[in-house]
Design a protein around this ligand. Structure first.
Ligand SMILES: Cc1cc2nc3c(=O)[nH]c(=O)nc-3n(C[C@H](O)[C@H](O)[C@H](O)COP(=O)(O)O)c2cc1C
Length: 204
């Protein structure tokens, strides 16, 4: 089995990005992957609903890729949801267009891993903070995968963590495309990249 992957990328100031830009570079041109830079395509947020729905129908995996902004996505991804996930298309009567597709978030967070915990200064884990997206995916009949996430994104470059993260991102997408990632094993992980090496090795 081979899956088509749609990456909906949202970064309002890509020219200043250190991590997402490198992640993009690693996956650009990957066979089986469609990469959409939402802010580049819709600088005034006038999203073409028909085009976006057609893209969804043509793919098996839907990815939101973004830097975390105020514990959520940058604004264009919310606008995209509000407009594209229509009743009768994504949910509701006859709204089965997304049934059975996989959905995941790939995000970078400035905060540390310790901060994203009940006892930390952000009080919630990333997976908890992304619950509106998890439930949106569920309502639309999609299978939600844990987020692929990088903590401490602002210091990742100087600490030499960006290259490894970007390579892992490419490998995850390839494994999703080629159906070599054990989806049952990753289901309950806080992050998709926890224990990733073992999961990818097992499938290799
Ligand atoms: C407007 C704004 C809001 C942000 N909100 C958060 C946040 O809620 N949590 C967090 O961990 N980092 C937050 N950050 C930090 C970004 O997530 C971080 O700069 C980004 O992930 C780095 O990725 P990049 O190098 O690709 O830009 C915020 C940054 C900006 C500019």
């Amino acid at each position: 089995m081979s899956r088509n992957i749609l990456v909906l990328f949202a970064h309002p100031s890509l020219h200043r990005s250190e991590v997402n830009r490198e992640m993009l570079r690693h996956i650009d041109g990957m066979p089986g992957l469609t990469l959409v830079d939402l802010y580049a395509e819709y600088p005034t947020l006038q999203i073409d609903i028909d085009r976006e729905q057609k893209r969804l129908v043509e793919h098996d995996v839907v990815v939101f890729m973004f830097p975390m902004y105020w514990y959520s996505t940058p604004a264009i991804l919310k606008e995209w949801q509000d407009l594209v996930l229509e009743y009768g298309f994504a949910y509701g009567e006859h709204g089965a267009a997304l049934d059975g597709k996989l959905f995941l978030c790939a995000l970078t967070a400035g905060g540390t891993e310790e901060g994203y915990a009940a006892a930390g200064y952000n009080h919630y884990t990333l997976r908890e903070l992304l619950q509106p997206l998890e439930q949106t995916a569920a309502l639309c009949g999609m299978r939600y995968l844990p987020p692929f996430a990088l903590f401490g994104a602002r210091t990742a470059l100087e600490e030499g963590r960006v290259g490894r993260h970007a390579s892992a991102w490419r490998r995850v997408l390839e494994a999703l495309r080629d159906d070599t990632l054990d989806l049952a094993a990753v289901d309950t992980l806080p992050r998709l990249n926890d224990n990733l090496e073992a999961l990818l090795e097992k499938s290799a």
